[in-house]
Design a binder for this molecule. Structure first.
Ligand SMILES: [Zn+2]
Length: 388
């Protein structure tokens, strides 16, 4: 049964829609979906052409994921089936035979070929040949592996010995890996080949790196040089890893992360790398916040900009913008009560728990969005060797 609520002689009927399998922190089996509008927008190089009308999702080749169908204008008892138009590229793993879909709405698919069109996942009514009620367009990516090297940087002065930052690196990097996984980008921490490095450096203030504005990047640049010096590489040569420098704090306590990509490093005559701060990282929520910050800085590393090129002093205010990993703020006050039309933020949970930003990396390329198709932009940066 489909329920009609006709108003002004009209109703748009949305029998079903798609969603991430569950809300909350990132795990690799539950990719976020790009459900910003039904159309894909402008063509995206690297994605095949499509006539799909629905959300998109990125899949790492040969990795099974969960996704969810949400029933909107259709009865809970209507039997639904999941099919794929390109079964040689996408396998419907569960439910067996495509349906009927269980009450949870959860189904599992696996991309088996990373070339060309992945076709469409379709929700059908009644049987696997029934009418199509909704569609989703997956894209299957082959795996690019980027090694990451964590550095725990102890910052001494001429007279004082600093404290070694101590945060749960493996737990954080598991989440970072999950965030980038649907893009086919594997942020790999391998303690055997690239163990965590304990670095010591002498700067002007104990446990503190001066903000870029404070000294024209001088202290930031010195920290960024640690890995190259350790390896004895000459200036201008590259260590092919994401070097992640964990420091206690910046001189400006509102700075919690920095990402210096190759292009900026060339301008500054220094080495690329990312920073996060360890201060206050003592619970699960903070671990998640640091993971998102590391993943966000990796986004900068892979040439991505803040959502719509709007920074922390003027961020976008729409909920989709806050769902994106490249939203420029790590903290916002919680939504005031009662809420009004101009309350900022209007909601506290954008699908990843009560957190300021989500982890969506976009696939679509909408004409009025200045920083779209993030997934393919980041992959292009990797492919062209622009990340180290
Ligand atoms: Zn940023």
């Amino acid at each position: 049964m489909i329920t009609f609520n006709v108003k002004d002689d009209k109703q748009i009927i949305v029998p079903v829609r798609f969603a991430r399998a569950r809300n909350g922190f990132s795990i690799r089996d539950d990719p976020d979906i790009d459900d910003r509008g039904f159309a894909r927008g402008r063509d995206v190089s690297g994605l095949s052409t499509t006539d799909a009308r629905g959300p998109m999702v990125g899949l790492m080749v040969n990795h099974t994921v969960h996704l969810r169908v949400i029933r909107e204008d259709i009865d809970d008892s209507a039997p639904l089936y999941i099919t794929c138009t390109e079964p040689t590229v996408i396998e419907v793993v569960e439910p067996t035979g495509g349906g009927p879909l269980p009450n949870t709405g959860i189904f599992r698919i696996k991309g088996t070929t990373a070339r060309g069109s992945a076709g469409k996942i379709q929700v059908r009514l009644g049987s696997s040949t029934g009418p199509v009620l909704g569609e989703l367009e997956p894209h299957v990516f082959n795996r690019y592996t980027l090694p990451i090297t964590p550095h725990r940087v102890r910052i001494d002065t001429a007279t004082a010995t600093g404290t070694r930052p101590d945060i749960p690196i493996e737990r954080i990097l598991r989440r970072v890996r999950a965030i980038w996984w649907p893009c086919g980008i594997d942020i790999r921490f391998d303690p055997t080949t690239r163990p965590t490095v304990d670095d010591n450096i002498r700067l002007s203030t104990v446990d503190t790196v001066r903000d870029p504005d404070a000294d024209n990047w001088a202290e930031v640049k010195r920290v960024l040089g640690l890995q190259r010096q350790r390896l004895g590489l000459p200036a201008g040569t590259n260590d092919q890893s994401i070097n992640w420098y964990i420091i206690n704090r910046f001189s400006d306590p509102t700075t919690v992360g920095l990402g210096i990509r190759r292009q900026l490093a060339n301008t500054l005559s220094c080495d690329p790398g990312i920073f996060t701060t360890s201060n206050g990282v003592n619970n699960d929520r903070e671990i998640e916040r640091v993971a998102r910050t590391v993943a966000h800085e990796i986004g900068h590393f892979l040439t991505l900009e803040h959502v719509q090129n709007r920074h922390a002093d003027n961020p976008v205010e729409d909920t989709y913008g806050r769902r994106q990993l490249m939203f420029p703020i790590s903290w916002l006050p919680t939504s005031p009560s009662p809420r009004t039309l101009t309350t900022t933020p209007r909601i506290d949970d954008v699908g990843y728990g009560n957190e300021v930003r989500g982890c969506l990396l976009t696939l679509k390329n909408h004409p009025k969005h200045a920083t779209d198709k993030e997934t393919t932009s980041a992959r292009t940066a990797v492919r062209r060797g622009r990340w180290y």
